[in-house]
Design a protein around this ligand. Structure first.
Ligand code: ADP
Ligand code: ADP
Length: 225
């Protein structure tokens, strides 16, 4: 994983400040959760990190190097976003291999890396399956495999489990946490679910109206008077 330094990051839409001078440091290999209500700026922050949206001002550095002007594919980050759907006309293996195709990785290496990524999310036997034959949880795992297949140093996840039922969600929380431990990838996870944040995180950054209101480990955060 790599450390992430965000300095005075702002994003305005018209006159509205979705992010208001955010300072945030994420440690190498850490699982940090952005917790906040709908509209608080969580997605805006992830989109800026991913390079899908340009901040109005401020800077973002990965491993000490400013990446604010780098295009998404040069940032070496994996993303699991709600609206980043799988390709329904491709099978599981082709979906997972897609980021490698974008990066012009050769066929044999792609096959090997796809196999390993699918093993990691426990879908080893499913490479040939069409997407529409999978359950919600299996699809979420395919999305996860696609995000880690090129061995990113940073993983961004925006409410990846919100479409799943409670039981599956709790199961996937454990799986994601387990995978994080295995990969040692610096992870920023977005949720509005306090319990989910408490279960999964090394630290939680509480975001409110485009600002980090509080940041601490789960225990300290909720034992505070
Ligand atoms: P969250 O992810 O915490 O729900 P967002 O980052 O999506 O919050 O949104 C933060 C604020 O910015 C919201 O008030 C939202 O309406 C506004 N916003 C987000 N995207 C746009 C956009 N493209 N144009 C205008 N306002 C936006
Ligand atoms: P490029 O500029 O090389 O086309 P993108 O900016 O489209 O790369 O992709 C950024 C990241 O998002 C990549 O890591 C890629 O794996 C992922 N990605 C790109 N397009 C999609 C997509 N349609 N569905 C899922 N993931 C995608």
């Amino acid at each position: 994983g790599v450390p992430i330094q965000i300095r005075q990051l702002s994003k305005t839409y018209g006159g509205f400040r979705a992010l208001d001078a955010v300072d945030l440091e994420v440690r190498s290999g850490e699982f940090l959760t952005l917790l906040g209500p709908s509209g608080s700026g969580k997605s805006t922050l992830l989109m800026a990190l991913a390079g899908f949206s340009r901040p109005t001002s401020g800077s973002i550095a990965f491993d000490g190097a400013d990446i604010t002007r780098l295009p998404p594919h040069k940032r070496n980050i994996g993303v699991v976003f709600q609206n980043y759907a799988l390709f329904p006309h491709m099978n599981v293996g082709a979906n997972v291999g897609y980021p490698l195709r974008l990066r012009r990785v050769g066929k044999a290496e792609t096959a090997e890396r796809v196999r390993r990524a699918l093993d990691l999310v426990q879908l080893g036997a499913m490479a040939e399956r069409p997407i529409d034959s999978l359950s919600g949880g299996q699809r979420q795992r395919v999305a996860l495999a696609r995000a880690i297949v090129f061995e990113p140093k940073i993983l961004l996840m925006d409410e990846p489990l919100s479409a799943l039922d409670k039981k599956l969600r709790e199961h996937m929380q454990i799986e994601i946490r387990h995978l994080h431990g295995k990969l040692g990838v610096t992870t920023i996870y977005v949720t509005h679910d306090q319990r989910e944040a408490l279960t999964m995180s090394d630290r939680i950054a509480v975001i409110h109206q485009g600002r980090i209101a509080q940041i601490d480990r789960p225990r300290e955060l909720y034992e505070a008077p």
